[in-house]
Design a protein around this ligand. Structure first.
Ligand code: FAD
Ligand code: UDP
Length: 389
């Protein structure tokens, strides 16, 4: 008979790797991690580009940031972080503005020299049409945050390109995380800790599973019954499973498909050292078909000695609805999607030896630090009791 490990983890993203690492370290459990892709790391995976020396984040730009001490302590066991601080610029109507909306953006946009108090009064007046309401959708929330003129310049078209959904049908919390500042601080994130992994994302995540009790099998599909770690076989043998793939796929889409957005990247190379002068340039207007462009070299100025100074690589990001078979990236999360997810979550709760986690397994718009935090909690509360049996 097949000798199964103590735990099978489906998906070598940050959720799966965190659970695998904890199971091996804290319980001495034998763990098999499988992933359908040919690399570990899930969407945080990166590789080094030979020509330019840039670290390319294969599934889109990934910036690590957190205010959670448990998570920060945990990730620092596997990697050091650079002192990178994320800053984003936006091209709108032939000009480049700093984001997120701050006093620099406001004064440039209104050709003014407002003080913080004056700018605040102006935006409050412009947001006045929604004063005293509690906006539930992205359109109203955006207008309430920055007023209609700035909303229409920097949010409306960008959001339409990114989500292809009427902003009135999108949840407000998508942009709650974008701050508005009445000073010149243009840090994108307001977390306590921020940085990029010193030797790259993949080196970080390889160290998480550098334990002889953890085995990783790549190019393996959980639903392929010709491989030993498939859903039916593991269920029959009663092996505990942590599943981080799409929750609707797990149940063979029995209740219908959850909606996702995917991203396509178009690579462009320039005979220049630096094309944008920053790592991320957003394009706010409808006439540029992509949402943003990523110039990877600029994430790691500390690697300048190892980089090519004559060439640079840029990825333009195009967003669209995901069909089955596309990479599901962002849960769309309309009210109907949330209701459907709740019905899948009920099915998931009834699966005796399977724990669902991560962005895909719980249909949540999670950052890396959220994924690690929820993985540590899920390990304690759900996985530990299963493998202690
Ligand atoms: P994933 O990384 O998606 O891992 C799930 C794994 O399961 C995948 O490797 C997949 O191949 C595997 N899998 C699925 N189905 C099967 C199957 N049937 N059999 C076997 N394996 C399977 N977070 C930040 O903190 N900062 C950022 O700047 C940031 N930027 C982002 C930009 C983009 C474009 C995207 C898409 C995400 C971004 N994130 C960012 C979020 C971050 O990627 C996620 O929070 C995190 O990587 C999710 O980890 P996970 O383990 O839940 O899922
Ligand atoms: N957003 C926008 N204009 C911008 C940047 C962001 O309207 O220039 C909105 C958009 O709706 C987006 C959300 O803010 O989905 C969150 O942006 P963020 O950059 O945090 O998204 P992510 O990096 O996760 O794609």
């Amino acid at each position: 008979a097949m000798q199964y490990p103590d735990l099978v983890v489906v998906g070598a993203g940050l959720f799966g790797l965190t659970v695998a690492q904890q199971a091996a370290e804290r319980c001495g459990a034998s763990v098999r991690v499988i992933d359908i892709r040919d690399h570990i790391g899930g969407n945080a995976y990166s590789y080094f580009d030979e020509e330019t020396g840039a670290e390319i984040h294969k599934y889109g730009a990934h910036l690590f940031h957190t205010s959670n001490a448990r998570v920060w302590e945990y990730v620092n066991r596997f990697t050091e972080f650079t002192d990178y601080v994320h800053r984003v610029y936006a091209t709108h109507d032939g000009e480049v503005y700093p984001l997120p909306t701050n006093l620099g953006t406001i004064n440039q946009f209104f050709r003014a020299h407002y003080t913080p108090a004056e700018a605040k009064a102006l935006i409050e007046e412009q947001a006045g049409e929604l004063a005293g309401t509690d906006p539930q959708n992205l359109n109203d929330k955006g207008i309430q945050l920055i007023g209609r003129p700035l909303y229409e310049a920097f949010i409306k078209n960008y959001t339409a390109k990114q989500w292809q959904t009427d902003p009135a049908d999108l949840p407000a919390d998508i942009i709650k995380r974008l701050p508005v500042r009445y000073n010149y601080d243009n840090r994108y994130f307001k977390d306590t800790w921020e940085g990029l992994p010193k030797d790259g994302y993949t080196a970080w995540m390889e160290r998480m599973v550098a334990d002889p009790r953890i085995e990783v099998s790549l190019g393996v599909d959980f639903f392929d019954e010709s491989q030993p770690f498939n859903k039916a076989a593991l269920q029959a043998a009663g092996v505990p499973v942590v599943y981080t793939g799409p929750i609707d796929r797990y149940f063979d889409y029995a209740l219908g498909d959850l909606k996702w957005r995917t991203v396509d990247f178009k690579e462009v190379r320039y005979d220049e050292d630096d094309h944008f002068g920053c790592p991320v340039m957003n394009f706010s207007d409808a006439d540029v078909p992509y949402t943003r462009a990523i110039e990877f070299k600029n994430f790691n100025p500390e690697r300048r000695e190892q980089q090519n100074h004559e060439r640079t690589v840029v990825w333009e990001e195009y967003s669209r609805f995901a069909e089955r078979g596309d990479e599901p990236y962002y849960p769309i999360n309309t009210e109907a999607d949330k209701a459907l997810y709740e019905r899948y979550a009920e099915l998931a709760a009834a699966e005796p030896k399977t724990v669902f986690g991560g962005r895909l397994g719980t249909y949540k718009y999670y950052d890396m630090h959220n994924v690690i935090d929820t993985a540590l909690t899920a390990f304690d509360e759900q996985v530990l009791p299963l493998i202690a049996d």
